[in-house]
Design a binder for this molecule. Structure first.
Ligand code: G6P
Length: 616
């Protein structure tokens, strides 16, 4: 969690740092702070509980005359509540050193006791202050910020990214990284540090992703990367595919609304260059070799949250196309049992951010057992793709709103591409079947656009239902994970009790929840896919309707069977039944967003959540 920004260069560091924090605020938003070198050579900090706007107001009321060096932090509290005192930066060396941190220092209690015994006084309840005071002490001994940080990290257990500045070394920011992300932006006469590239993409598209256990030392004209033993390492720059401005709201009422509308383009970009002449070839998988992919006997998809639901959707397609068993497991459950994994298991992680700690740990675990690992990820330079044997990027552009939307549909698209790639290599689908499916996939962006263009009707429904206290979602086959995703969106954004169920389970419990007036969304499978499944779901609709539920059906164009029983029918264009989830999810995203709007809630930054869950 937490967003980190650092800057050294010719611009006003406060502007760059606050701009970067604005773009990283989705990582945590309970407090924020900056430390900047001022024109008089003094290092000053300003930090405030609350969203970034509170800090910005404070800085507007008490402006700092800043120079070109600064660091900033936006926090999601772990140790110590969200107060001014616990906000970062924390200070060491009599206030001459400022340090920010993302992660958790697991052995902080022991280190804190050591520092207290040595005479240090703490002003916060955080684990971070331990690091600030320790680096401060070591700076005193070494007179060198990089060396002080290097010696200090050897004492820490856990996950962390640190950035530090010292008054005696203006024009220098030093960072260290273990398990939490840190990316360097390479400018001309200026350099940047950020938790991800969104922090600086406005200024530069050249970047370096710091590796595990590395230290970075930036000035305006130099970037030096070394390992924790102090040996310099060569870091390869990459080009950030995101455009400058992609991480801005662009006139929309919220990032989420913008991202919902970007879904057609995001899916089209994910397909780009991977579908040619009626077949799928993913260039990023070439290095693995077809023999390895032919030898896979099992696929395990690991992910958390919305990404796990994308995996659940893809399971249906992958098993049908590739004819190997596919399991989908939550990363945190996978990691802490004893999964049977071996060299013929393909472990596919799905993570928009590429930083979810549970997923990262699960990938490392799978790799250690000899599995081949493929990462489906949206963020270049992120840790999970770096730790995997191959990566399929989703090319959705930055997703800023905490609740994932374009991340979700592009994850399904990337997993479907993987399925079709495997089906070609393993010969499990004929060329005409593959061609039919690629035509269907290529048609998805326009069909999503049809659904997003009907947003106002869904918005109206959400406004009517603004006082609703509970909503159920039912689905079957690929519609089941869509029902789960619809419920998750509503919980995340509108803080309403919402549950998703497999429609087939209705009579095994959920039907007891039905009472007059209860809204129930039903994701209706296409009758063209399976007339049996379709008629079973229509029967479910009748059963809940008979008990007074208010039924909102999501059904394909022309499906007349639902009309007599549904209070509302939201239509999606005709598509291959396995492609319907791309469209079915859209009204559910819009419903949750608009209902949250109607309740006056912040849809981009829902309470208690953060977009990248980088602590376990
Ligand atoms: C958090 C976010 C979700 C996201 C999940 C997994 O819970 O709020 O929107 O689906 O993390 O994130 P990832 O970056 O791994 O896809």
């Amino acid at each position: 969690m937490c967003g980190i920004v650092g800057y050294v260069g010719h611009r006003s560091s406060i502007d760059v740092v606050l701009g970067g924090l604005r773009r990283l605020e989705y990582r945590g938003y309970d407090s924020a702070g900056v430390a900047v070198m001022c024109g008089d050579g003094v290092l000053r900090t300003s930090k405030k509980a609350g969203k970034l706007g509170v800090l910005e107001a404070e800085l507007a009321a008490h402006p700092l005359s800043v120079g070109g060096t600064g660091i900033g932090h936006t926090r999601w509290a772990t140790h110590g509540g969200p107060t001014d005192a616990n906000a970062h930066p924390h200070l060491g060396d009599q206030g001459r050193l400022a340090l920010i941190h993302n992660g958790i220092i697991e052995n902080f209690a022991e280190l804190r006791a050591e520092l207290v015994a040595a005479g240090d006084t703490f002003t916060s309840e955080t684990d971070t202050e331990v690091a600030a005071l320790m680096v401060g002490r070591l700076y005193h001994e070494t007179g060198d910020l990089r060396e002080a940080l290097r010696r200090c990290v050897a004492r820490f257990e856990g996950a962390y990214t640190f950035l530090a500045v010292h008054e005696a070394e203006p024009g220098r920011v030093v960072g260290a990284r273990r398990n939490s992300p840190l990316v360097v932006g390479l400018g001309d006469g200026e350099n940047f540090l950020g938790s991800d590239v969104a922090a600086f993409v406005e200024y530069t598209q050249r970047a370096i992703a710091l590796g595990q256990d590395q230290i970075v030392d930036i000035t305006a004209t130099s970037v030096t990367v070394s390992d924790f033993d102090g040996r310099e390492v060569v870091a390869e720059p990459f080009r950030v595919a995101w455009e400058a401005g992609a991480a801005d709201k662009g006139g929309w009422s919220s990032f989420m609304r913008k991202e919902v509308s970007e879904q057609p383009v995001a899916v089209a970009n994910t397909l780009l260059g991977r579908v040619n002449d009626g077949d799928v070839a993913i260039p990023e998988l070439t290095a693995l070799g077809d023999d390895l992919l032919r030898g896979i006997h099992r696929i395990v998809i690991i992910a958390c949250g919305t990404a796990a639901y994308a995996g659940m959707v893809a399971k249906y397609a992958l098993e049908s196309w590739v004819r190997v068993p596919v399991e989908v497991e939550l990363s945190h459950e996978f990691r802490y049992r004893s999964p049977v994994i071996n060299a013929d298991t393909l472990v596919v992680s799905v993570s928009q951010s590429g930083e979810t700690m549970d997923t990262l740990m699960a990938v490392k675990h799978a790799r250690a057992q000899g599995a081949t690992t493929i990462s489906v990820c949206n963020t270049q330079g992120a840790t999970i793709p770096r730790e995997s044997d191959a990566a399929i990027y989703t090319h959705a552009g930055p997703e800023v709103a905490v609740a994932s939307t374009k991340g979700f549909v592009t994850q399904i698209a990337a997993l479907y591409l993987l399925g079709l790639h495997l089906a070609r290599v393993r010969g499990t689908l004929s060329s005409s079947e593959r061609e039919h499916l690629t035509v269907e996939l290529l048609a998805v962006p326009d069909k999503i656009a049809v659904v997003t263009s009907e947003a106002e009707r869904v918005a109206q429904l959400a406004r009517w239902m603004a006082d609703t206290r509970s909503v159920l979602f039912l689905g079957r086959h690929v519609g089941y994970p869509i029902a789960l995703e619809g419920a998750l969106k509503l919980k995340e954004l509108a803080y309403i009790h919402a549950e998703g169920f497999a429609a087939g389970e209705l009579k095994h419990g959920p039907i007891a929840l039905i009472e007059p007036g209860l809204p129930v969304f039903v994701v209706v499978p296409s009758p063209r896919g399976s007339s049996v499944l379709h008629s079973k779901v229509v029967s479910n609709i009748q059963e809940i309707r008979a008990r007074g539920a208010r039924v909102i059906a999501i059904a394909e164009a022309g499906d007349a069977a639902v009309l007599p029983y549904a209070d509302e029918v939201l239509r999606i264009p005709l598509a291959d039944p396995l492609c319907e989830p791309f469209m079915q999810v859209v009204p559910l995203q819009i419903f949750a967003l608009e209902l949250a709007h109607a309740k006056g809630l912040d849809v981009d930054q829902p309470r208690n959540l953060a977009k990248s869950v980088t602590v376990e």
